[in-house]
Design a protein around this ligand. Structure first.
Ligand code: ATP
Ligand code: MG
Length: 267
């Protein structure tokens, strides 16, 4: 392996904007490029886990179990990449279960509770080229852990009314995390999702978001496509379910943008 994994967290505390879809397709797309990738499902809804067709009960571990191991005193959890295989080449997973909904309570009284995920991922950074974290729709402890563990953020923004609403709070949280926990954190890409070229609204939102975030907005825009919403029920990313659909082509382009951004960065 030439380098340690880049850790990317997919965040937006607004619900239903395309975080999970983006995390899953980014991870699958990077793996399809032959680059060993770990997807971390850090949302108790476990949509990234089920979206890959994984039943977490068949897995030897899950994120809540790992968090539990860390807080119960064993310094680093005994976790090896072979435990995390998904059956897809180059793609591993730390699944989520509904247990993760108890993480808030479990972590509330812990010292360094914001950096538990960073501790868990630290030894795994040598095993992958990419670690992609899907986060829940909140700015709670799980999301803060993802922000503290990440090098870069991917922020999906749905082309909808009030698209920018709440992003100021996200940016404030990012600034706080930078100041106190993770000084090198940065937003890598803002990604416009569910774009409908037929509507003036999508165009307006795109214009507004590009004005606000400038060059951080990905060139690629993800179109709204029924293929995307069908894919998870087959336990597949849209890249696998219908690689020739417009949304799959767009996600493949986005993967290239992320790879290009990474290679433009220096350690
Ligand atoms: P949550 O905040 O609940 O975790 P999320 O931000 O992870 O949601 P997704 O689950 O990725 O959002 O997407 C929300 C819904 O929109 C899902 O049903 C998904 O299939 C659908 N969806 C996402 N992207 C697209 C798209 N490009 N075209 C059509 N449907 C989409
Ligand atoms: Mg989600």
């Amino acid at each position: 392996m030439q380098r340690q994994a880049w850790v990317l967290a997919v965040v937006n505390q607004k619900g239903g904007v395309g975080k999970t879809t983006t995390a899953v397709n980014l991870a699958v797309g990077l793996a399809q490029r032959g680059e060993p990738t770990l997807l971390v499902d850090s949302d108790p809804q476990a949509n990234a886990t089920s979206g890959l067709g994984v039943d977490p009960r068949t897995f030897p571990t899950d994120l809540f179990a790992l968090i539990h191991e860390v807080v119960s005193g064993r310094s680093t959890p005994q976790i090896t990449p072979s435990m995390l295989a998904t059956g897809r080449p180059n793609l591993h997973l730390i699944p989520a279960t509904i247990d993760l909904a108890g993480a808030d309570l479990l972590l509330a009284s812990q010292i360094a509770r914001e950096t538990i995920l960073r501790q868990i991922l630290s030894p795994l950074r040598d095993c992958y080229m990419w670690i992609v974290i899907d986060t829940p729709p909140s700015l709670g402890i799980l999301t803060v852990n993802a922000l503290a563990a990440a090098d870069g953020l991917i922020v999906p923004v749905q082309c909808e009314y009030y698209a920018l609403e709440g992003l100021t709070r996200l940016l404030q949280t990012v600034e706080l995390v930078k100041r106190h926990l993770n000084p090198t954190l940065e937003i890598w890409k803002v990604l416009l999702t569910m774009h409908d070229a037929r509507t003036r609204l999508s165009e307006q939102v795109e214009e507004e978001v590009r004005k606000f975030f400038g060059a951080r907005v990905a060139q690629t825009v993800i179109p709204r496509s029924v293929r995307v919403s069908e894919a998870p029920s087959f336990g597949q990313s849209v890249l696998e379910y219908d690689a020739r659909s417009r949304a799959a082509i767009a996600y493949a382009e986005f993967v290239e943008e992320v790879r290009a951004y990474a290679s433009s960065r220096t350690w």
